[in-house]
Write a new protein. Sequence first.
Length: 208
Amino acid sequence: GGGGGGGECNRRQQQPQVCYRFNSCFSPTASQEDVFSECHDLIQSAFDGFNVCVFAYGQTGSGKTHTMYGDAAAPGLAPRTIEAIWRHIEAQRSRGWAFKVEGYMAELYLDSLGDLLLGDGEERKQGKGQKPPKLTVKKDANGNTYIQNISVVPVESAEQAMKLLETGQSRRHVSGTAMNSQSSRSHLVFSVVIISTGPTGRVRKGKV
């Protein structure tokens, strides 16, 4: 979020004033830990069977990639979420819960949806092998949105999930711009699907 519970409204000449209110806002000095603290509770929602979305929007160079992925010194939301998911799994396994975790990663580039976890990256660059199946966004019988034909990869540890994230990131389209020498030139979707089975056999499926 951004803004706050007050502050100045937009007072452009000959236009009605506009006020915005947000749940949270962060100053330029806010840390990655500060941002993640506002999103941490969403992870529990995914374990409870809900679909959670964290959406980053802004112009080139505004900090979207840094906030979502960060670096080794200051991990962003995605790696912190992965670590938190497995901490929760380890804590609940001792209470009789079982978990299945899967991940997928897609890229929307030039109006084309691509599978970032499909096959070997070098083979795709060289045009070898069969043409990848077309990806289509659909809804299932319960009204949940999914990507038909996307590669869904099972993961059994935080390390494996991080490897998927790194693999997909390395295959994104990037190019230089006036504001960013290695700007991401596509929209990225990274999802972790959590299927939880309780001691009574009840199954919950959510994703973040």
